[in-house]
Design a protein around this ligand. Structure first.
Ligand code: ARG
Length: 602
């Protein structure tokens, strides 16, 4: 059923695949054929298809005429301007049940009005086949999403929460698009700070009984205390430095202490993942350590690594400071680990797209080692070729005071507390609505969780990720406006319309037909059909907010339809119930991709 893309360019796709892909891809294929006939001498021109700005003119337009005119001007005797080219593109468009009518606007724009029967039929087909049939096609088979990635022994902060939420969504969207995703937690579990931590552990527990869970207690406090020892006592500092060497040499006692510290830290962030329903596979910095010498050797052979002030570095054009890959003391660092990890992901894991989700503050680091990898020929120099490495940067989380988000007492925010607070606020709101009487305690809990965690996620994802965003419970838990609360309730309301109709929706799917008679029905139907291309765009540009915007507009289109078109008891009841169901299905898929659990009643 689902057809996999063979390559990024639609040109390599055979005609028999015309039925696959997003609405936009399907239209592009039609126009591609027309372009081939219209300007056979310009075979490398891709169809430029976009939704019409003004729905008065149509649903989509093909914008190739102007560009083609500038190519054939002076050469062609056939065309006298962009408009005749547009006319010819329109005339040569193969007949298709997709298209109702076409017209020309301005200097050769070809406007397309889609057939409302075709829109209806496509939605009905989705209801029968399932929304998986609408999965977009992407030009990669396997991707790494490197996200969350907190640092052992330090508190997981709100930046890591953003990385976790954004990375999970990107992974989900790629997975939906049939890409195999390696969800990587690149935890900071290696490096010199471990010498200090291990030495402090030995000092506090000289008997060596470090196996108990309580031994370290609060890791952040432990980290601070050991750092203080390190900074104030030279003898301790020396022991700590020796401990690093012993650890890296693989000495049993040190390995054990290290593993113990990692395990306690892991338990802390697992709690966050569990609440958020996020799945990750940990391959921390330590994992790549054995691969560093080999990776650096490859770069050395290509003459990329130079000696500079006692360190080994890679100079990057346009950057004032080089990328240090071996420190003065001979140790490896963040950059050497990332180079080895990139090598591993490309060569051992055979990933075609490697995506890193961190705050924008690390942009320089990624730019530099991506450039190094390009110079080494690990990655193609061209921007839109695969394998590809992408840095997904995001802005800061601000408090309502406009400053970096913190809680009253601690410098960082305890993420688990934050999520718990969102949940308990939702629960209180539900109780206030009288739900404690209507629902079981379990229903109350589950709904509060879905809405509370969903609200935190959505508030993060709906903004363009590169901008800072303000963390505000009041805003995110508002049941009006662009919030998860509003959207989840909108979904629940649609479910209740269907329930209250008393009709068996599964039966209607088999026997009923959709007919988009009212203009608001057609608008809603078209919006539903655009789901695949929106997911495709969100994936391609790594922008979850594109999907949020789609979801919000969908609920608005639904509201308009529901306000203006009577559903239950009308002559069009069957068709309209099916349209309700299709809206609910698409909304649920959006929630799923955003990592939000849908609710079915309110
Ligand atoms: N541990 C790093 C931090 O907390 C993020 C790691 C991101 N991934 C990577 N491959 N560099 O800032």
């Amino acid at each position: 059923l689902f057809l996999r893309a063979k390559a990024s360019s639609s040109k390599t796709m055979a005609n028999d695949e015309v039925t696959g892909g997003s609405l936009k891809q399907q239209l592009a294929k039609l126009f591609e054929e027309s372009l081939r006939i219209t300007v056979p001498e310009e075979l490398d021109v891709d169809p430029a298809i976009a939704p019409c700005q003004n729905p008065k003119f149509g649903d989509y337009q093909c914008n190739n005429a102007m560009g083609l005119w500038s190519k054939v001007k002076g050469k062609s005797t056939q065309f006298k301007g962009p408009q005749p080219i547009g006319q010819a593109i329109m005339k040569n468009l193969p007949a298709s049940e997709m298209v109702d009518s076409c017209s020309i606007a301005g200097p050769g724009f070809v406007n397309v009005v889609l057939s409302r029967q075709w829109i209806a039929k496509s939605i009905q087909k989705m209801l029968v086949d399932g929304i998986e049939a609408w999965a977009p096609k992407l030009p990669v088979k396997r991707a790494v999403v490197d996200f969350s990635s907190p640092n052992i022994a330090k508190e997981m902060h709100v930046g890591h929460l953003r990385s976790t939420i954004i990375g999970d969504t990107l992974a989900r969207m790629l997975e939906y698009s049939n890409v195999e995703v390696l969800r990587r937690n690149h935890v900071g579990d290696w490096g010199t700070q471990f010498g200090m931590l291990i030495e402090y552990l030995f000092e506090k527990f000289p008997s060596g009984e470090v196996a108990s869970d309580q031994a370290i207690g609060d890791l952040e406090t432990f980290y601070k205390a050991s750092k203080q020892r390190f900074d104030s006592d030279p003898a301790f500092k020396e022991r700590a430095q020796r401990a690093v060497v012993s650890l890296q040499a693989g000495e049993e006692k040190y390995r054990k202490a290290w593993a113990h510290i990692c395990e306690i830290s892991r338990r802390g962030y697992e709690k966050v993942y569990q609440r958020l329903g996020v799945h990750l596979e940990e391959k921390g910095e330590s994992f790549y350590n054995p691969y560093i010498p080999g990776a650096l050797e490859l770069l050395s052979k290509q003459g990329l690594i130079e000696e500079s002030e006692g360190a080994r570095v890679i100079f990057i054009e346009g950057k004032n400071i080089p990328l240090i890959v071996v420190k003065k003391d001979g140790g490896y660092n963040y950059a050497s680990t990332d180079l080895a990890a990139l090598w591993y992901r490309l060569n051992e894991e055979k990933a075609e797209w490697i995506i890193y989700v961190t705050d924008v503050g690390q942009r320089e680091h990624f730019e530099m080692f991506f450039t190094a990898a390009k110079r080494a020929g690990w990655l193609p120099a061209e921007e839109n070729k695969y394998p590809k490495a992408s840095h997904v940067g995001f802005g800061l989380v601000l408090g309502e005071d406009g400053k970096r988000f913190r809680t009253r007492s601690t410098e960082t925010v305890k993420l688990v507390d934050l999520l718990d607070e969102a949940k308990s606020k939702c629960k209180a709101a539900l109780i206030e609505r009288g739900k404690a009487k209507e629902w079981t305690e379990e229903e109350l809990e589950k709904t509060a969780e879905a809405v509370g965690y969903g609200a935190v996620k959505y508030a993060d994802l709906k903004n363009n990720r590169t901008t800072n965003y303000t963390f505000s419970f009041d805003q995110m838990l508002n049941d009006k406006g662009n919030t998860a609360v509003y959207l989840l309730y909108a979904h629940a309301r649609i479910c209740s319309i269907i329930r209250k109709s008393g009709k068996d929706i599964e039966e209607l799917k088999k026997t009923g037909t959709i007919d988009l008679v009212h203009p608001d029905e057609r608008t809603l139907g078209l919006h539903l059909l655009q789901f695949a291309e929106v997911v495709e765009e969100a994936c391609t540009n790594l922008l979850p907010n594109v999907l949020c915007e789609y979801l919000y507009n969908l609920s608005e289109d639904f509201t308009r339809f529901y306000t203006n078109c009577q559903v239950v008891g009308s002559a069009e009841e069957t068709s309209r119930l099916l349209l309700c169901e299709a809206t609910a299905v698409v909304m649920r898929k959006c929630f799923h991709l955003l990592g939000i659990t849908p609710v079915y009643k309110i």
